[in-house]
Design a protein around this ligand. Structure first.
Ligand SMILES: *Cc1c(COP(=O)(O)O)cnc(C)c1O
Length: 379
């Protein structure tokens, strides 16, 4: 397909090498990994290898990696499963940031309906949770603290190491949604000390519908998807062999290229900002010193984002107003309003997210079209 794709926070193309790696699992190596015969054993060998690869890159043990159907399931499972398990110890309070992905916010809402009390942490103007707010919110009754590593709309990093320490001081579990961080930041679960961490394959050139949840050994959480003994009895369902092979292969390649990719992305975002620098009334949402190199969340004063996105799409440039999962709604972004933007300001904001396959020429072209479109819509 032609066009300039600047929506890598929504999804990324499957890496060609990864695609070739999984072809056999859709054809001759189609076995069910739970079958005891040769076809099954061959499939299980591939699943085991993928689990070993992913675990070693995350600095986890292989029995701490659970394959899921993606970031949404991992987030749901960690929050629902973690909080429900802690309820057995009498803990019925959950702390979560107000800027989490909808997958996590949905889980928190579900817990509220089950009688949990949930504290939603505010963020500052720069888009990050303040440690003070964490200290105040976490109590002896808190069973789970959930804070994403990097936000998917602004790219802003969150103080997860401190949040994890504070949670542990009060005997609570700590979960981080690392879906958006995984493509750009090396993950070492041992060093981070987290109890649970989620990743999603399609955000780093793997397949949609693939993901994993790291659950530290010794941490007990309730299952979400039952009815099969897969994943050590904690997540039922025939394992999607091609999908987990792709997840591990894509993550391995991502880690190998990470430093180089980040350098490229930083250059591309700087180039973009440079090229649109003559435009007036442009504000960047989120503190840039503390953010991923891949995301620029920009507000063009006086320009409604729906009109901007529509016109850019007509010119062949694809980007987003925020989370793709919520893009059909006309509601202003919950992340931007949490940062103190008015509804109108939030509706003047758009997210450019660059990827490793973008080239400088495309970025120049997109910047030119951005300038033209903003100026035209302002008239
Ligand atoms: C994309 C995303 C998810 C959801 O992952 P899926 O694999 O698409 O279900 C969760 N959290 C964040 C931060 C994301 O960016």
């Amino acid at each position: 397909m032609k066009g300039i794709y600047l929506d890598h926070a929504a999804t990324t193309p499957v890496d060609k090498e990864v695609f070739e790696r999984i072809r056999p699992y859709y054809t001759e190596l189609f076995g069910n990994a739970d079958s005891p015969h040769a076809f099954g054993r061959r499939a299980m060998a591939a699943v085991d290898e993928a689990r070993d690869t992913l675990a070693s890159l995350l600095h986890a043990k292989n029995n701490e990696v659970y394959f899921t159907s993606g970031g949404t399931e991992s987030d749901n499972w960690a929050i629902l499963g973690g909080a429900r398990a802690k309820r057995r110890e009498g803990k019925t309070h959950v702390v979560i940031s107000s800027i989490e992905h909808h997958a996590s916010l949905f889980a928190a809402k579900t817990l509220e309906n089950e009688g949990f009390s949930v504290s939603y942490l505010p963020v500052n103007k720069g888009g990050s949770v303040e440690v003070n707010a964490l200290e105040e919110a976490i109590t002896e009754n808190t069973g789970l603290v959930a804070l994403m590593w990097t936000n998917n709309e602004t790219g802003v990093l969150q103080p997860i190491e401190r949040a994890c320490e504070l949670a542990h001081e009060k005997g609570a579990l700590f979960f981080t949604d690392a879906v958006q961080a995984a493509p750009y930041l090396p993950i070492d679960v041992e060093k981070l000390g987290v109890d649970m961490l989620s990743v999603s394959g399609h955000k780093f050139h793997g397949l949609k519908g693939s993901g994993a949840l790291f659950i530290k050994n010794g941490v007990k959480i309730e299952k979400l998807v039952g009815g099969g003994e897969q994943e050590r009895g904690l997540r039922g369902g025939t394992v999607n062999v091609a999908s987990v092979v792709a997840l591990a292969a894509a993550y391995e390649k991502t880690r190998k290229e990470q430093a180089e990719t980040n350098k490229k992305l930083k250059n591309l975002s700087e180039l973009f900002l440079q090229e649109i620098s003559t435009l007036e009334d442009v504000t960047r949402n989120g503190e840039s010193e503390n953010a991923l190199p891949s995301i620029l969340n920009l507000r063009f004063g006086g320009v409604e984002n729906t009109a901007f996105l529509y016109n850019m799409d007509l010119k062949g440039v694809c980007l987003a107003a925020g989370s793709a999962c919520a893009s059909a709604s006309v509601k202003p972004s919950h992340v931007l309003t949490a940062m103190g933007l008015t509804e109108r300001e939030a509706k003047e904001s758009v997210r450019f997210s660059f990827g490793k396959t973008n080239e400088e020429e495309e970025v120049r072209e997109a910047a030119l079209l951005t300038k033209e479109t903003v100026e035209r819509l302002r008239k």
